[in-house]
Design a protein around this ligand. Structure first.
Ligand SMILES: C[S@@+](CC[C@H](N)C(=O)[O-])C[C@H]1O[C@@H](n2cnc3c(N)ncnc32)[C@H](O)[C@@H]1O
Length: 329
């Protein structure tokens, strides 16, 4: 068998369009026919359509926060087809004591809930938009299949390695969340690799002169698809970013990397599960407009304080650094 090595570095999309796979193979799967458990439950139906008003808002950049169930709020927003980036970190159905949200649905209802909010996000996303879903092992496969059967294309299946997991002895310690990156159009998407570069291992460990002979971005590279590092741990204990009373708060660097890579200044970022407001806080500091939805009034009040008064603690810490795990050779 002949060995062929792919040398191009500019593949249009990660997994569905790798070099070496021809179109007939790509089109072989008709994802719309794939059935999942959540399909046995009737989709959520919103009550009569009317406009909703933000509970908190400010201008320059336009920033809005709505209180309610995102399945009810999203279809009523005037921004249908205009959002450039969705970042969603939903409840995982792990019985987390969110304020007022029952996080323990029967599995089929949880899948239906997941498909319903995903559909609402797809409808509000612009034709050049991207959706990122932060989801653990037990629901990642269903999210991937649903997005594929809705016609979206996977660009990357990233992993956020948060390192500090709860100790256990019946299985390996869970230390990651999947960060699924999908777009509506892989040939026309917003992608700013130069804004998120990190130091290359060739420069920091291997002393490989090839990285300094490149025409641009010498010693730097686009980050790998497994994300970890100094500011990438779970937000707990005495972490300076920590907002009291919030469960599963994301680190600012996680959102900063995604927002800088997938939007430009003035674009619209949407988070259907605002929590402590990490997404809007980062979007606001980087001059992006944002729309957030949060079910809990208490969480929303705290998120708005963070977005409008406190701001980022680790601005610009998601790029320019090294993720090397060995010292220089
Ligand atoms: C995993 S947390 C999000 C954490 C957030 N990424 C952060 O960095 O703080 C999920 C949030 O979604 C909210 N939530 C749960 N169900 C919701 C729904 N149907 N619509 C809107 N918000 C919801 C919960 O109250 C909780 O604050």
């Amino acid at each position: 068998m002949s060995e062929r090595k792919t040398t191009t570095a500019s593949r249009p999309g990660g997994y569905t369009t790798p070099v070496g796979i021809d179109r007939s193979q790509q089109q072989a799967a008709d994802w719309s026919t794939v059935k999942l458990l959540g399909d046995t439950v009737r989709p959520h139906s919103t009550s009569e359509i009317r406009h909703v008003h933000p509970n908190y808002s400010k201008h320059k950049p336009d920033t809005r926060l709505y209180i309610g169930d995102c399945r009810e709020i999203l279809p009523r927003l005037p921004d249908q087809g205009e959002v450039d980036l969705v970042f969603a970190d939903p409840p995982f159905n792990w019985e987390v004591p969110y304020d007022g949200w029952e996080d323990n649905m029967p599995r089929n209802e949880f899948e239906r809930f997941t498909f319903d909010w995903l559909d609402a996000c797809i409808n509000i996303l612009s034709p050049t938009g991207a959706i990122w879903v932060s989801i653990p092992d037990d629901t990642a496969a269903e999210v991937v299949v649903h997005l594929k059967r809705r016609g979206l294309t996977m660009i990357n299946w990233c992993v956020w390695h948060f390192r500090f997991g709860q100790c256990r002895d019946a299985s390996f310690i869970m230390s990651k969340v999947h960060a699924l990156y999908f777009v509506k159009d892989p040939t026309n998407r917003i992608w700013n690799p130069d804004d998120i570069l990190e130091q290359s291992d060739r420069a920091t460990i291997y002393n490989d002169k090839r990285t300094h002979e490149k025409e641009k971005n010498k010693g730097m590279r686009v980050p790998m698809d497994v994300w970890y590092g100094k500011y990438w741990g779970r937000i707990q204990g005495n972490n300076k970013e920590r907002r009291q009373g919030h469960h599963n708060q994301n680190p600012e660097v996680y959102l900063e990397r995604i927002i800088l890579a997938c939007t430009n200044e003035g674009d619209i970022v949407l988070d259907p599960f605002a929590g402590s407001g990490t997404t809007s806080t980062v979007a606001h500091e980087h001059n992006r407009c944002s729309i957030s939805v949060e079910h809990s009034e208490i969480n929303a009040e705290s998120a708005w304080e963070r977005i409008s008064k406190i701001g980022m603690i680790r601005k610009n810490c998601s790029f320019g650094q090294s993720s090397a795990i060995f010292n220089k050779r």
